[in-house]
Design a protein around this ligand. Structure first.
Ligand SMILES: NC(=O)c1ccc[n+]([C@@H]2O[C@H](COP(=O)([O-])OP(=O)(O)OC[C@H]3O[C@@H](n4cnc5c(N)ncnc54)[C@H](O)[C@@H]3O)[C@@H](O)[C@H]2O)c1
Length: 293
């Protein structure tokens, strides 16, 4: 294999030549499919282009870094401007984008395809979690959860699908939550959106299988090295269970602490050849939970 085909830039250059002068982004993405690097077995995502939302910190940042380490060119998107500093190395960059702004989000997705020649992996990870709002007191949190966690995920798919259909072993990953199968009181908005994205993923798996696009969901729980969990929230939750914070952190069947990097590794595997024949699946990553099992 030529040296040129070992980089995303090299693959893009070949695809542009093959597509011909004046070809549009989608035509180039289609041509690019012919130049999948053979060495991809060594690094499962070599030559692939990935987008991860909510990648300024927590699970999203760890995922962007993992996919990049596994060979992909990765663009993270986040409303938090820290993303541009946090993801800033060759082949790993961050773009400020509010995913509830449809026009800006679509443009940002299309820019990635234009810049790197296509899109192979998308990880719908951005999300918010605000608990303590009971149904009889539902306020603006309902709409906000729906907009960020659910509707923007559907838009993310919509904008990416034309490119994913032309991708290398394309994969869509949805970050769900243990809350989907084991909801708690005071978290209706969050739980409903996580149920929503899970169902969205199942329908997408049905719709996209004939184009070879796999769509899978993972359900994390209790990942404390993230911004979603403040020290105050952690202490409050631990107290509710009559536990110390350390006990609470490993309150699962395996008594293990789950880190962002654990979730990131699973996402990279689910996007790669290990899960080549899996679509429409849901995988818990929660240390084992008796309400889920
Ligand atoms: N941490 C956990 O225990 C846990 C458990 C289950 C599921 N999850 C899910 O994991 C995902 C990642 O969360 P995390 O735990 O890493 O928390 P986090 O708060 O560190 O990450 C979420 C990211 O989404 C970004 N975001 C929020 N609104 C946005 C918008 N409108 N546009 C663009 N970006 C936006 C935030 O700025 C943040 O960087 C979420 O979907 C969450 O529901 C987390």
């Amino acid at each position: 294999m030529s040296e040129q085909l070992k980089t995303v830039e090299g693959i893009l250059a070949q695809a542009k030549t093959a597509a011909g002068e004046g070809a549009d982004t989608l035509a180039i993405a289609t041509a690019r499919k012919a130049f999948r690097p053979e060495e991809a077995e060594v690094k499962p995502h070599l030559g692939k282009v990935a987008i991860v939302t909510g990648a300024a910190g927590g699970i999203g940042r760890a995922t962007a870094e993992r996919l990049h380490a596994d060979g992909a060119v990765v663009v993270g998107m986040d409303v938090n401007p820290a993303i541009t500093e946090n993801l800033n190395s060759p082949g790993l960059s961050g773009v400020v984008c509010d995913i509830t702004d449809q026009e800006a989000f679509q443009k940002a997705v299309e820019n990635v395809a234009e810049q790197f020649g296509g899109i192979d992996i998308i990880v719908a990870n951005a999300g918010i979690f605000k608990a303590g709002e009971y149904i009889e007191d539902l306020g603006h949190m309902w709409d906000l959860h729906l907009k960020i966690n659910l509707t923007a995920t559907a838009h993310f798919m919509k904008y990416s699908i034309p490119f994913l259909k032309q991708g290398f072993y394309p994969s869509v990953i949805i970050v769900g939550s243990r809350n989907f199968s084991a909801p708690g009181p005071g978290a209706a908005a969050y739980s409903v959106t996580k149920a929503g994205v899970t169902q969205l993923a199942r329908v997408a798996a049905l719709e996209l299988a004939e184009d070879g696009v796999r769509v899978n969901t993972l359900h994390p729980d209790a990942v404390f090295d993230t911004e979603i969990w403040t020290q105050e929230a952690l202490e409050k939750s631990a107290k509710r269970y009559g536990m110390t914070v350390d006990e609470y952190k490993t309150k699962n069947l395996l008594k293990t602490e789950i880190k962002s990097t654990d979730i990131a590794r699973l996402i990279s595997s689910m996007s790669g050849p290990v899960f080549r024949a899996t679509t429409g699946a849901q995988i818990p990553i929660d240390g084992g939970n008796d309400r889920v099992i």
